[in-house]
Ligand binder design. Structure first.
Ligand code: SAH
Length: 516
């Protein structure tokens, strides 16, 4: 096939913002695409699903500038498709609802390029669902109307006559309307819609920063001026808005409106983030440390060839586990090559990473450190001159092997599989967001995360208007590290586990509202 006949563009709806609202098909296409052309309202976090080598082309407005003209976007789609790339055109919401999807397929059709369309959750549906508004209801609304304040976001001219939509009893969902609000409201009133009709404006629907207020048609302009709600926002007008059983469940979650910093590249960070998001928080993940796979190929080959001779294998981190099994299963695609060796893990998170391969962990010391492991190996397991493999990174101290070897308990081979580097946060987008907006709390999860925070202080200096965060500690060691650096600990988890940490965070932040 020549390049042109292979060319295909997928017009994919990216939904209103929440990453959970994309279709399975959309996620599949994003992860396979050679090129992704995306605009402002598609959540940029979606790009993390893409291949690292995929071309990512931003065609939205940047601050203070106009959008890239539609003709230019189309030229980009054509160029990438004709180069034989599998192109995903990501559009906020649904591609065919006020998204110029029609114009794009018309163009592709003219140029003889194939296309497919993947629908998305349009903003009105996302906003209504997350604000608990039933858009249709047997008792009060049997129609739903999607309207646009202006056909083209760059054009201020109002093209629709809203009077025509005032008397049909439908729930009105108005896109791109906040800039034209006074005219829209007066036309609806002129058209005969009662000023007591319930109305709401919802900004950044489905995202942690979702903001809204409730009003009536008659007071909407005034209430909007008094609010901080602005574009991008959906206006919803109709009896559905004041539906008695309406439950603003999304905004009612305990950490809604709270911005929380967690540190990344620690094995538990992903889970902590998930737990916080589930409670409604907006999470900033600061990647203090970067983990890079790094090993000596010769040593690796030797270790793998001799694997059967080890009586024990010790893993010191989840990263070590992940990289070890990736490499092992590439070399020998059968887990039985591990042989009958016993397995030890420093820490629960490391053990969980091993268990994910359906392997049983024989030993996890009570405390997550090398010394505790050595004590257990000697006292409980009675190891004596055993052959042992320790899988580590570059930061692991030598205590483990030195003590075991000095006491004649083990002959230790160390397999170093990765190196950790400090990241430069000055250009990191998450760190930038933290500097500009601040946070309600920073959740430190270990003494080393405190240390990294201190070392990166210059890149984390808050701007004057940013929220001042509370500093939180997961347990006594972390608290000691904060105090040693003269930092005040605002709260500490009663038990050192992530669930308790989240409960403590909810309790602290809900009792210290003036913090914001
Ligand atoms: N194709 C998109 C609409 C694009 S027009 C869709 O189907 O949703 C852009 C307008 O959509 C914005 O001005 C705003 O009115 C609305 N919009 C998009 N995302 C939104 C969000 N998360 N919250 C509220 N309104 C949103």
């Amino acid at each position: 096939m020549d390049k042109k006949s292979k060319a295909i563009v997928y017009l994919v709806g990216a939904g209103p913002g929440d990453l959970g609202l994309l279709t399975v098909r959309a996620r599949e296409l994003i992860s396979e695409a050679d090129a992704i052309v995306y605009d402002k309202l598609a959540n940029p976090a979606l790009l993390e699903w893409s291949r690292p080598d995929a071309k990512k082309i931003y065609v939205g407005k940047s601050a203070g500038q106009h959008s890239i003209p539609q003709s230019e976007i189309q030229a980009i789609l054509l160029k990438e498709a004709e180069a034989g790339l599998k192109v995903v055109r990501l559009k906020g919401g649904d591609p065919f609802i006020f998204g110029r999807g029609g114009e794009e397929i018309e163009f592709l059709h003219q140029k003889g390029i194939s296309f497919e369309i993947v629908p998305g959750v349009t903003a009105a549906l996302g906003a209504a669902a997350y604000a608990g508004i039933p858009l249709s209801h047997r008792a009060f609304s049997s129609a739903i109307t999607f309207l646009t304040g202006h056909e083209d976001p760059d054009k201020q001219a109002l093209q629709l006559d809203f009077r025509e939509h005032a008397r049909n009893g439908s729930t009105l969902c108005i896109y791109m309307g906040v800039g034209q609000l006074p005219r829209i409201v007066s036309e609806l009133l002129e058209g005969g819609l009662d000023e007591s009709t319930p109305a709401t404006i919802i900004q950044w629907a489905t995202l942690p920063q979702q903001a809204s207020f409730n009003s009536t048609l008659g007071k909407l302009v005034e209430d909007h001026q008094a609010s901080e709600v602005s574009a991008p926002a959906i206006i919803i007008i109709g009896q559905a808005v004041s539906y008695p059983a309406r439950n603003n469940w999304f905004a009612a979650r305990p950490l809604f409106g709270k911005r929380i910093v967690v540190t990344r590249a620690r094995e538990q960070a992903g889970r902590l983030t998930q737990l916080l998001i589930a409670q409604g928080a907006e999470v900033i993940e600061l990647p203090f440390i970067k983990v890079e796979t790094k090993f000596d190929p010769q040593t690796l080959t030797e270790v793998f060839a001799e694997l059967a001779v080890y009586e024990w294998i010790v893993f010191t981190s989840a990263n070590g586990v992940r990289i070890f099994f990736e490499l092992l299963l590439k070399a020998y695609p059968d887990i039985r090559c591990l042989g009958p060796m016993r397995i030890a893990a420093v820490g629960r998170a490391t053990a969980e990473a091993i268990e994910a391969y359906n392997l049983k962990v024989d030993l996890i010391p009570n405390k997550a450190n090398g010394d505790a492991l050595v004590d257990d190996l000697i006292e409980n397991e009675g190891v004596e001159s055993v052959k042992m493999l320790v899988v580590t990174g570059n930061l692991n101290r030598k205590t483990l092997s030195t003590r075991l070897e000095n006491e004649g308990r083990a002959i230790v081979d160390t397999l170093q599989l990765y190196a950790t580097h400090r990241t430069d946060l000055s250009d990191n987008p998450q760190a930038k967001r933290y500097r500009e907006q601040g946070a309600d709390a920073i959740l430190f999860t270990s003494a080393s995360t405190v240390q990294s925070f201190i070392e990166q202080k210059h890149a984390l200096k808050l701007e004057p208007d940013a929220r001042q965060p509370a500093l939180a500690s997961i347990g006594p060691m972390t608290t000691a590290a904060l105090k040693k650096n003269n930092l005040t600990v605002d709260f500490e988890a009663a038990k050192s586990n992530l669930e308790h940490y989240v409960v403590e965070t909810i309790s602290y932040l809900n009792h210290h509202k003036n913090n914001q």
